[in-house]
Write a protein that binds this ligand. Structure first.
Ligand code: NAD
Length: 493
């Protein structure tokens, strides 16, 4: 049966905005063009958003540049207060933010509430970092000289984020940018713009000065807006979260103006279970890591490697849990897993399953589209007997498919884990202390989870290596992505 998706009205209806937020005002595209945004579960229209062009984007960049000279002069303490206020407004309106996330992204309401709290925590964290952007005093090697450094905001930042975490991907960038004293133009994802526009309304209520945060939207004109941001000499920093292909394009486009860049790109996380792991803990960890947001997170387990001694037991316990999932509209009663974002996502997931089957994998749970629910639903799937020649081994599936690969030795599994172009997160379960260090050091990734399938924390540096990008979000390092270090030498002492 198709999802009911009876999302009740927002407690505060004025959080639902269908215009862009530029210079403290709600505006339309100059052309008057809009695009439609649909609920990925029911396919019903949610609303429309302005189709911004290069001209509209240039205007938003101009506004952010005009706001920068006075915003950079505010003290860290003043910026901390603004971010803290914005944080508190997010906490106070968390239920409405979660409703918007479920509506436009499809994830179950409980997960959306988790995202609302997690996304707000970046404003809390960076409100605490804002007053502590210390430089250094450095003993000079030249006699009579004195050296010190100043941390300065890099300037106007262009921020581009994906649909899978409509709130958190934005606060993870805007929080440190504002803490550092930068102003921003944030392009929201075409699939999930309404959550970010609600955040813009809360920024307004928090008293963030006009022009400091600007939220713009586009769907068909996405590439045009991306070019406007990357080509602009005014924009000094681009922070992008999304696919590796688009990241590489934006990097090329940014070359002429030599911008500071951070890229959080695609993953293909290995999740390794050694014979000496606690089986129940590993099964639960793998379930959470693989199927959160129906497998649509960049740090999702994509390749689950299980040592031969416990492979059968693990596969049986894991499959049993997956059989208990209930798929449907994110707001429907008892639903544990929602739709995928669009039909292209369904096609990719289906292709990975069919390819694994053709090459000898055995589908033990799911494996099919759920057309009876709508065009964007796929059965949570478990495949055993996976091998490294299958598509799922080298490509990020970004969907609810768990492929279980058997392995024999630590050396073998480390080699398999590293045999991909990307390196975002990697996980392993073991009770052997020496192995914990060895494998953590051997995995070619930016983040490692040992005996846990969840690594995100505003206090921890989040980011990848290889084709998963560079730069770190969250933690003390997160703010440095939005700063320059100016060195001052004074002579003649
Ligand atoms: P995507 O690259 O297609 O889109 C991401 C964002 O870029 C969207 O806002 C989109 O509108 C915009 N975009 C697309 N083409 C553009 C262009 N030419 N110029 C400017 N902007 C452009 O990615 P997606 O499919 O929306 O998201 C899924 C991908 O994001 C996955 O690969 C996932 O692993 C990755 N991701 C990575 C992280 C991380 O932190 N590393 C987090 C979430 C998602």
């Amino acid at each position: 049966m198709a999802p009911n998706q009876n999302i009740p009205p927002l407690n505060d209806k004025s959080l639902f905005k269908q215009e862009c937020y530029v210079n403290g005002e709600w505006i339309k595209a100059k052309s008057g063009k809009t695009f439609e945004v649909k609920d990925p579960g029911s396919g019903k229209l949610i609303g429309t958003c302005p189709e911004f062009s290069k001209e509209d984007t240039d205007e938003a960049i101009k506004v952010a540049a005009a706001a920068f000279p006075s915003f950079r002069k505010t003290t860290g303490r003043e910026r901390a207060r603004m971010l803290r206020k914005w944080y508190q407004l997010m906490v106070d309106n968390a239920e409405d933010i979660a409703k918007l996330i479920t509506w436009e992204n499809g994830k179950p309401f409980a997960d959306a509430k988790g995202e609302a709290a997690y996304s707000a925590s970046f404003f809390e964290w960076f409100s605490e970092e804002a007053p502590r952007t210390d430089g250094d005093t450095i003993p000079a090697t030249v006699s009579g000289n004195r050296i010190f450094t100043i941390k300065e905001p890099v300037g106007v930042c262009g921020l581009i984020t994906p649909w899978n975490f409509p709130a958190a991907m934005i606060t993870r960038k805007v929080g440190p940018a504002l803490a550092a004293g930068c102003t921003v133009v944030a392009k929201s994802p075409g699939e999930t713009p309404f959550t970010s526009l609600a955040l813009a309304e809360l920024a307004h209520r928090a008293g963030i000065p006009k022009g400091v945060v600007n939220f713009i939207t586009a769907l068909e004109n996405t590439a045009e807006v991306g070019s406007a941001i990357t080509a602009s000499p005014t924009v000094r920093k681009v922070s992008f979260t999304g696919s590796t292909g688009v990241g590489k394009l934006l990097m090329k486009q940014s070359a002429d103006t030599l911008k500071k860049l951070s890229f959080e790109l695609g993953g293909n996380a290995p999740f390794i279970v050694f014979d000496d792991a606690d089986l129940d803990v590993a099964v639960n960890g793998a379930i959470a890591c693989k199927f959160r947001s129906s497998g649509q997170t960049c740090v999702c387990a994509n390749r689950i490697y299980v040592q031969k001694g416990i492979y059968d037991k693990f596969a049986a316990a894991f499959a049993e849990k997956v059989k208990g999932f209930k798929v449907g509209g994110g707001y429907d009663e008892g639903v544990t897993h929602g739709p995928l974002i669009h039909d292209r996502a369904i096609s990719k997931v289906d292709a990975h399953v069919r390819d694994a089957e053709k090459k000898g994998g055995k589908v033990v749970v799911g494996g099919q589209k759920m057309s009876e629910l709508g065009s964007n639903f796929f059965q949570p799937t478990v495949i055993t007997g996976m091998t490294m020649d299958m598509q799922l081994a080298s490509e990020e599936t970004f969907g609810p498919v768990a492929g279980l690969f058997p392995f024999e030795t630590e050396a073998e599994v480390v080699e398999m884990a590293n045999k991909v172009d990307v390196g975002l997160a990697g996980y392993f379960y073991s009770s052997n202390l020496q192995r914990a260090y060895r494998v953590a050091e051997a995995l070619e990734v930016g983040m490692v989870g040992i005996n846990t399938g969840l690594v995100s924390d505003p206090a921890a540096p989040f980011g990848g290596v290889k084709d998963s990008g560079f730069g770190r979000e969250g933690s003390q390092q997160g703010i440095s992505e939005y700063q320059i270090t100016k060195m001052v030498t004074m002579g003649g002492m």
